[in-house]
Design a protein around this ligand. Structure first.
Ligand SMILES: Cc1ncc(COP(=O)(O)O)c(C=O)c1O
Length: 488
């Protein structure tokens, strides 16, 4: 290079390596302390320091990192702590961090012509095998559950439309297309339906039973009524683990209806699909393998660092027709034709340029094997059962929804309080827990009643953490009770 040419490669590789080793040391130390750490929102002084102005000449690699580490790490501990059960957030791992680093070094590309494409495909195969989904299904790694659901529904919409939807668009459909999901389905599905141009009124929210499962009789009624009124019912969405209570729909029944009605069955298994690898709860996923498409996350219950999820479909041709065939740019055509293997074409989603996303699941699954993940899922389920049974033993606590998988909805409820006072007391308990560690647990509404909620996908949690939680809630409840009674 002549002296006027610039590059991002370092002048001094040894110095660059030293910074690299230091970063690995710092990150591993941070993960090590996470188990017992608590989580608080960012301090004002850190916020200001991070809002550093862009400089013309740059601050230098060490200096920029120094500042980031000093001012960001404290508030980034969040879901890595052992007592984080507020949202469905995986805790990551040291090896996941290394895997991400490798994926970044690979940088671009998951074409089957490269090692990263082979790795990608093999990782998808590992996941299909673990979930018992047909091995001939096509699959793609995406950013997470929302994109995984969007990708599955995009294929469903195109595959089941009555016209060439790619050409004519939703504006050309002769009958309005409708789809069906329980009233417990995740909001990201509304978002997908909206972005797919179907309009959220096309997504029929079907009532659930006392166990928060879709009411199949109501679903059948809704499809029939829509047909009678000239609509085109094209898709049923099943919930494998609702975010509110962890409920599972009956997939065999949904698959039967979808087959009979010539509709597409999509399952949102963002976290819940993984009960398939447990000993005690796998029956909940019976029929999941019959879904036309399946969305799953790896950054939730599989604890892989964000962002990683995947979509599978039993219809590779429809998958490729939706995302690849027909509009590849001229400059890509020769390369795509050369692949000649639908199941390994990896840009089966909205992106064109890809990170080597498969590296992370590939390395982690190879390193730990399927059994470690089965054990971790089972451990969380056992812990949740234990927590629920401890709550049931308390005369001043109650369970608010059936505990079907890894979520417990409950509340502190001493005798003699009105519904309004119970809600006020539990809101205050939530706040007290958040003062200890932010978002430790969350709250929700269960059929119109306020409840506290614990969702356990945490590989750092021990059973004893739930003993602590029960006693802490009782302690806080007893402390706050007089304020509620006196109406302060
Ligand atoms: C059932 C369910 N589906 C979809 C999503 C969205 O997934 P993501 O946050 O990875 O986009 C979530 C998130 O919690 C979820 O619980």
């Amino acid at each position: 290079m002549n002296k006027h040419e610039r590059t991002l490669d370092p002048d001094d590789w040894e110095r660059a390596k030293r910074l690299g080793y230091r970063i690995v040391d710092d990150l591993f130390d941070d993960i090590k302390r996470a188990k017992t750490a608590t989580f608080h929102s960012i301090k004002e002084s850190d916020k200001l320091a991070l809002m550093a102005p862009l400089t013309k000449e740059g601050e230098g690699e060490e200096e920029a990192y120094e500042s980031l580490f000093k001012h960001a790490m404290d508030s980034m501990v969040a879901a890595k702590t052992a007592r984080f059960w507020g949202y469905v957030v995986g805790g990551g791992s040291h090896y996941g961090v290394l895997a991400d680093m490798i994926a970044s070094e690979f940088n671009w590309g998951d074409s089957p012509l490269f090692a990263s494409g082979v790795i990608n495909n093999q990782a998808l195969n590992y996941i299909k095998e673990m979930l018992g989904y047909p091995m001939e299904a096509s699959g793609v790694f995406v950013s997470g559950g929302s994109e995984a659901n969007f990708t599955g529904l995009a294929v469903a919409r195109n595959a089941r439309s009555e016209i060439d939807l790619k050409t004519k668009g939703v504006q050309g459909v002769p009958r309005k297309m409708t789809l069906y999901m329980s009233d417990q389905g995740h909001d990201c599905l509304d978002k997908s339906v909206e972005i797919l141009g179907l309009g959220n009124e096309a997504l029929r929210r079907i009532p659930t039973d006392d166990a928060f499962k879709i009411r199949v009789d109501k679903l059948e009624d809704a499809i029939r009524i829509d047909r009678e009124n000239g609509y085109h019912p094209f898709c049923v969405i099943g919930c494998a683990g609702t975010v509110n209570t962890g409920a599972f729909d009956d997939f065999n029944k949904l698959a039967g209806i979808a087959e009979r009605e010539k509709m597409w069955l999509h399952i949102d298994g963002a976290f819940g699909a993984w009960v398939k690898i447990s000993q005690t709860h796998k029956h909940l996923t019976s029929g999941m393998e019959r879904a036309d498409s399946l969305a799953v996350d790896l950054h939730k219950w599989m604890d892989m660092p964000y962002e990683i999820g995947c979509t599978f479909t039993r219809h590779p041709t429809e998958h490729v027709k939706t995302f690849v065939y027909g509009h590849e740019a001229e400059y890509l055509k020769t390369a795509i034709d050369a692949l000649n293997d639908l199941a390994t074409t990896n840009n089966f989603c909205i992106r064109l340029s890809n990170q080597a996303r498969g590296v992370k699941p590939y390395l982690l699954l190879r390193a730990y094997g399927s059994k470690r993940y089965c054990d971790l899922v089972q451990q969380n389920l056992d812990q949740v059962n234990y927590f629920a049974s401890e709550i049931s033993k308390q005369s001043d606590m109650e369970i608010c929804a059936p505990v079907e998988s890894n979520i417990v909805c409950f509340r502190y409820k001493p005798k003699g309080l009105s519904e309004e006072q119970v809600e006020k007391l539990n809101r205050s308990i939530l706040q007290s827990l958040w003062n200890i560690s932010l978002y430790m647990i969350s709250d929700t509404q269960i059929k119109g009643r306020y409840a506290l909620r614990v969702c356990n996908v945490n590989h750092r949690t021990c059973k004893s953490d739930f003993d602590w939680l029960v006693s802490e809630i009782k302690k806080q409840g007893e402390k706050l009770f007089p304020e509620i009674i006196s109406g302060k």
